[in-house]
Design a protein around this ligand. Structure first.
Ligand code: ATP
Length: 314
């Protein structure tokens, strides 16, 4: 596979850190014939990571197969069977290689679950890389990308990291050379929003004439390329799913207003929510803002993050 593949020694453990993604621009078009919505998005990887660790299951006398254990935030709420995206990823790359899967996967989750931060997709991307290395699978970038796209729209970006434009259903990526670092306060909430439910709500609101497709990513792409200030960036953030997320979880509105009152430059729903991202001027401002948002209450957890960061295959 990609340049960094090192053959796994017997007994080896392969660990891959995979960042969460945010969408500073998320333009959602109409539903296509295949049921997916056309997207014009800008992805950015941020410094909240899951870690995927892989070792051969048969090494300590177990039967080959796929076994998953999970630790960290929200671990108890996640499936460890075929429903886990990491399981699907391991099965897919074994199928590609024409081998029986033989892996114990451990997912250490720091990316909040079902928060619009692509935690499941990050684990799938990390699993593709870890299993390819563990099983010494010869696979090129294009094939890896194809397998990733089959697992989910956000998985190809999770392989790459950095900043990228996503079109199609998000899987057609064009890298963006971002000049700078932007600082965020990431506030999770104690509710979840399923991505399909959020798309349905976007469609429902559009039938009522609410919301439109923000297809033009140029302004924010140029801002990333020239290293725009956080103040400038604050005016360019767009999320066509935000109204739908707030309609499904009205408590998000007060969380967003609260953060703005505490001095955030912008409040931005992450993907399909319900995580809210607050843009800060710099790291010092982010630390102070996070403290004030925590003290105010209303968020389940509050994290500091910056982006862009490199992806696992960088
Ligand atoms: P989406 O990728 O649909 O936008 P999201 O980013 O909002 O999702 P995820 O953390 O990926 O949120 O979780 C979405 C759902 O995917 C969860 O409710 C969970 O049941 C399922 N899921 C399957 N595998 C995983 C995994 N490894 N980590 C997190 N969620 C997973």
């Amino acid at each position: 596979m990609t340049g960094q593949t090192a053959p796994a020694q017997p007994g080896a453990q392969i660990s891959v850190e995979v960042p969460a993604k945010i969408n500073p621009h998320l333009g959602v078009g109409d539903a296509r014939a295949d049921g997916f919505h056309a997207l014009s998005t800008v992805y950015q990887a941020i410094s909240l990571h899951d870690t995927v660790t892989a070792e051969r299951r048969s090494e300590d006398g177990g039967e080959p197969g796929i076994e998953i254990t999970i630790s960290g935030e929200g671990a108890g709420t996640l499936p460890t069977d075929e429903a886990n995206l990491a399981h699907k990823a391991a099965k897919l790359i074994a199928l590609y290689a024409g081998i029986e899967p033989d892996v114990k996967l451990h997912l250490n989750k720091r990316i909040p679950v079902a928060g619009g931060l692509a935690g499941g997709s990050a684990d799938a991307a990390g699993t593709l890389i870890a299993c390819a290395r563990l099983w010494e699978v010869e696979i090129g970038d294009a094939e890896l990308h194809r397998l990733a796209a089959g697992l989910g729209s956000d998985v190809p970006f999770c392989l790459k990291g950095g900043t990228a434009i996503g079109r199609g259903r998000g899987e057609e990526l064009t890298p963006v050379k971002a000049k700078g670092t932007w600082h965020w306060v990431v506030a999770t909430t104690d509710t979840q929003i399923s991505t399909p439910d959020c798309y349905k709500e976007v469609d429902r609101l559009r039938e009522d004439g609410i919301g439109r497709y923000s297809s033009d990513v140029d302004p924010i792409v140029k801002a990333f390329e020239r290293g725009a200030t956080a103040d400038d960036m604050a005016r360019l953030l767009i999320n066509d799913m935000e109204a739908a997320a707030v309609s499904l979880r009205p408590q998000l509105a007060s969380l967003m207003h609260g953060g703005l009152e505490e001095g955030a430059l912008a409040a931005h729903v992450s993907g399909s929510g319900p995580t809210v991202l607050f843009l800060a001027t710099d790291v010092k401002h982010a630390v102070a803002l996070a403290r004030r948002i925590r003290m105010r209450g209303g968020a389940k957890s509050v994290h500091l993050a910056h982006g862009p960061v490199d992806g696992p295959a960088a």
